[in-house]
Write a protein that binds this ligand. Structure first.
Ligand SMILES: CC(=O)[C@@H](O)[C@H](O)COP(=O)(O)O
Ligand SMILES: NCC(=O)COP(=O)(O)O
Length: 250
């Protein structure tokens, strides 16, 4: 089964926030993405609301509930009190926990599972009791002990941080090496009973190799590269291109 595509709306929101005006519309482009076959929408609301604003979350929730009930809402963030309150209020189908500090420009590493074992155990436990699917952002390092801890927290999935892979866009040999490591990491995680998502700097060009190394990939969440393509090809055609790059007959 091809990896599902969740469209990250952060970059659309960032464009909108250049002015005190409601366009480009975050929900409007989310609707076009879902109409074109995206499986879900992702947001990563940062504490300073520099792209997704907290006020965007309910309209996105309503869009999915009212028009695309089979689609999923994926909320990503560091599990502080404020983020967990947003989760409770908007009930995403998936919560992706990311170890970002508030000042970080973008996500650039996965969890240190050894150091964060207790924190993640508590947070994941409480999210699972409330019925959420939980995914943990993880480096693409095939570290069995670290992945065992991820599993012990009770999480359902890991999301492989693919930033270093995306950075190999001009070096095919290095891309192959990094994809191999990501593939080994995914294999270990799947062997432990975790499903595997991936995200960060994925593109139409680099998805096919990733999918080759991780044929069981459950979901990719993509924002930056997809939004760049949407400026060129339009959102609907861009979503179809990314779905094809994931192996779907779109
Ligand atoms: C976890 C992850 O890789 C994405 O959420 C990424 O951080 C997008 O966030 P920005 O749009 O703030 O770069
Ligand atoms: N989880 C990764 C994500 O949602 C999008 O990352 P990017 O495509 O904006 O780098």
């Amino acid at each position: 089964m091809p990896a599902k595509l969740s469209v990250n709306l952060n970059a659309i929101a960032m464009l909108r926030n250049r002015r005190d005006l409601p366009w480009p519309s975050v929900t409007g482009l989310g609707r076009i993405a879902l109409q074109a076959g995206a499986s879900g929408l992702t947001v990563h609301p940062r504490p300073d609301q520099r792209h997704i604003r907290f006020s965007d979350l309910q309209p996105i929730r309503n869009l999915i509930d009212d028009e695309f009930p089979a689609a999923e809402f994926n909320m990503e963030g560091f599990p502080n009190e404020a983020f967990l309150e947003l989760v409770e209020r908007h009930e995403p189908e998936q919560v992706t926990l990311v170890p970002d500090d508030p000042a970080q420009a973008t996500s650039d590493h996965g969890w240190d599972f050894h150091k964060s074992h207790n924190l993640l155990g508590n947070v994941v436990g409480s999210l699972k009791k409330k019925g959420y699917r939980v995914s943990l952002f993880a480096d693409g390092t095939p570290d069995l002990q670290a992945l065992k801890i991820a599993k012990e927290t009770g999480a359902d999935r890991i999301e492989l941080y693919t930033g270093p892979y995306g950075g190999c866009y001009d070096d095919p040999e290095k891309a192959e090496r990094v994809a191999t490591e990501l593939g080994r990491t995914a294999e270990i995680a799947i062997g432990l009973g975790l499903a595997v998502n991936a995200g960060h700097d994925l593109t139409v060009a680099n998805l096919p190799l990733l999918v080759k190394y991780i044929p069981e990939l459950a979901e990719v969440s993509i924002g930056h590269g997809l939004t760049a393509d949407a400026l060129e090809y339009g959102m609907a055609e861009t979503v179809r291109r990314f779905r094809r790059a994931c192996g779907e007959a779109a």
